[in-house]
Design a protein around this ligand. Structure first.
Ligand code: SF4
Ligand code: MG
Length: 324
């Protein structure tokens, strides 16, 4: 199958500056540290991990909202890693983002029509305001909002409606690829599935490719074809949905999955809950060897000395762990 985006050895470090004029570079927050993956056209890749593991930084860096420190990003056959902003603008059309907090990502002084219509103008998609209004109405309809909402402001909407507006804005330019950064985390549980269903319907209708970021393994299970698990700036496991949930290999993945509630009490009895001790270490000075070793229930001698590489253990199932 065709690959829409390939990320090779991506690094994103944030320098830590000290001193009166912040002139002293004292270290780096290694938010994303040598991450590689690809996404096929039309699929949904899930990116899962605890908060602070680098998921959002991956999201923003691969669509060049942040400058990569190192590595390569190939989008639709074009190396966009160092593409100047002029050329990037054309490609931006094809890659959009839906943010976690639909409220702070919408300009409170703009009407819905202005919010959704702005990218249309910037990219010269519509010729006049009549065309713009028509397209805005079309987009509102696609996300399940009535036409009269166009003249309203973000504060007049519920959280779920705001996220629908965020989705309409992301769809405005007919993108091929959408990064969804925890799109349902800020919403009431009762409306999360509505937004997920909407995203799935839109994916089918427009053959969209998603990178879906979440810390919620139940949501990820529902929507993703393949899943990548991140820990402290690195991908530790990638597998198909069924393989990851039925036979997780990495001890960190196993611990994450053991924390999901199982509705069937018989099944629940059989499964042992793995409780991780200790906090996630700092991404400024990550542990040597395997970054998970200070918390790993299976830790061995080699784990603190040698960094495990991501290896394909079964077809399509990759893991970075010395156990394999
Ligand atoms: Fe645990 Fe070692 Fe595997 Fe890391 S490499 S996850 S410490 S067993
Ligand atoms: Mg985040």
């Amino acid at each position: 199958e065709e690959i829409i985006i390939e990320v090779k050895n991506l690094k994103k470090y944030f320098p830590i500056k000290r001193g009166i004029v912040l002139s002293k570079h004292v270290g780096d927050v290694k938010a994303v540290d040598d991450v590689s993956f690809y996404i096929r056209k039309g699929e949904t890749l899930g990116l899962v991990g605890e908060s602070g593991c680098g998921k959002s930084t991956v999201a923003r860096t691969i669509i060049r909202l942040l400058e990569p420190t190192d590595g390569q990003i190939i989008f639709d056959g074009i190396d966009i890693t160092k593409l100047p902003s002029r050329d990037l603008r054309k490609i931006r059309k094809d890659m959009q983002i839906i943010f976690q907090d639909p409220y702070s990502s919408l300009n409170p002084r703009m009407t819905v029509s202005e919010i959704i219509g702005e990218p249309l103008k910037v990219h010269g998609i519509v010729k006049n305001s009549k065309e713009k209004e028509r397209r805005v109405q079309e987009l509102l309809d696609l996300v399940g909002l009535a036409p009269y909402h166009a003249t309203r402001y973000p504060h007049e909407f519920s959280g779920g409606q705001r996220q629908r507006i965020g989705i309409a804005r992301a769809l405005a330019l007919n993108p091929k690829f959408i990064v969804a950064d925890e799109p349902t985390s800020a919403l009431d549980v009762s409306i999360r599935s509505q937004i997920i269903n909407l995203m799935q319907d839109l994916q089918k209708e427009f053959k969209l490719t998603y990178l879906f970021i979440s810390h919620d393994l139940a949501v990820i299970r529902h929507i993703c074809d393949r899943i990548a698990v991140m820990y402290l700036g690195k991908i530790v496991e990638i597998a198909n949905n069924d393989d990851l949930y039925n036979s997780p290999l990495h001890p960190y993945t196993q611990a994450l999955l053991s924390a999901i509630p199982i509705p069937d009490p018989e099944m629940a009895k059989k499964r042992k809950k793995i409780v991780l001790t200790g906090d996630v270490p700092s991404p400024v000075n990550p542990p040597l060897g395997c970054r998970f070793h200070p918390r790993c229930p299976n830790v061995m001698d080699i784990c603190s000395k040698e960094e495990p590489k991501l290896k394909e253990i079964k077809p399509g199932h990759f893991v970075a762990c010395h156990l394999y």
